[in-house]
Design a protein. Structure first.
Length: 322
């Protein structure tokens, strides 16, 4: 169980940021990498497509400037997320931009398009795929991915339903390559626990929505700060795939969280509702670990606290075991 050197040599926290649709920003990625964890952003957050080229240029420029000024604490690498699905008509165009910049890590969602692995591997990059089952993990590896992201129960947005202990254990029976774990990870103690299960990295999303760099409404951020696990609901009603959402955002859209229904495997028909809404923009994704999020603050400050918690948790564990 080891990560490539380029991923680990500048890590000060064994963690990768989850790419969050709409919420992740280039500024957030820069701050994540500067603080010592792998930053990420979805390609689809850049609209129009030409903006993706501008964003990657910005991220690389800012990190190069930071590295030159801080040779003792250089930045961690960054990743771009690709939605590998026939409905994404931008896929090949985005992939060209990614190849142009030789993005070091590409995170694939939904399924693995062979072209992505071919292109990314051609310049020496790595491809990670997020998966929710052992079966899906095996199929992803067969398609040529370099790393897996185990999305366990409780993760924000599109989620899994398997315990992290069970999912990681099943994958580690046959896979000794790079593995990240997602699901309710919001503290340094959670990060240490992820590594203890057998993962190489923790995969963290929801806490970063409540940061100053996030592209999220103030009400969204505040709902996370005030929320707990009980304020999260799992539903496939909005995107056709099980996902975790903030109950308050569903109520805010004029819907009853206890009466979410889909017909013929199609998402809710908003035309029949008293108030129109857009999934992700108005119905807010979030994971069950938000009880640990106590305030809105800069990304760098959040990561500094995670690092302190992680180091303290390691010391306390060693003391208990000695």
């Amino acid at each position: 169980m080891s990560l490539p050197e380029f991923m680990t040599k500048n890590l000060r926290l064994p963690a990768m940021a989850a790419p969050m649709f709409i919420a992740s920003t280039p500024e957030m990625v820069v701050e994540q990498c500067k603080a010592g964890m792998i930053g990420s952003i979805p390609a689809l957050n850049a609209r129009p497509q030409s903006q993706l080229d501008e964003w990657i240029t910005y991220i690389k420029s800012e990190l190069a400037k930071y590295d030159a000024e801080h040779p003792d604490k250089p930045s961690a690498p960054f990743a771009i997320n690709q939605i590998s699905h026939p409905s994404n008509d931008r896929l090949m165009g985005d992939l060209e931009i990614i190849a142009k910049h030789q993005v070091p890590i590409v995170i694939v969602s939904l399924y693995v398009a062979p072209q992505i692995c071919e292109v990314v591997h051609s310049y020496g990059g790595l491809v990670f795929n997020d998966i929710i089952s052992n079966r899906q993990a095996k199929k992803s590896v067969e398609c040529g991915v370099d790393g897996l992201i185990a999305v366990a129960a409780g993760a924000g947005g599109h989620t899994g339903n398997i315990s992290p202990f069970a999912l990681v254990a099943e994958i580690r029976e046959w896979w000794d390559g790079p593995l990240a774990l997602s699901g309710c990870i919001a503290t340094g103690q959670n990060i240490l626990a992820a590594l203890a299960t057998g993962a190489d990295l923790a995969y963290i999303g929801s806490p970063f929505i409540a940061t100053t760099e996030a592209n999220a409404l103030p009400e969204y951020k505040e709902m996370i700060v005030q929320g707990e696990a009980k304020d999260i609901i799992t539903s496939d009603a909005f995107s056709g795939v099980p996902a975790n959402f903030l109950v308050g955002s569903i109520e805010r859209a004029g819907l009853d969280p206890k009466n979410l229904k889909r017909d013929d495997n199609k998402p809710i028909d908003v035309s029949e509702k008293s108030q129109s809404f857009n999934t992700w923009k108005d119905i807010w994704g979030c994971g069950q670990g938000i009880g640990a999020v106590k305030k809105i603050r800069p990304t760098g400050e959040l990561i500094a606290e995670l690092i302190a918690q992680y180091e303290t948790a390691k010391k306390e564990l060693l003391t208990r075991l000695s």
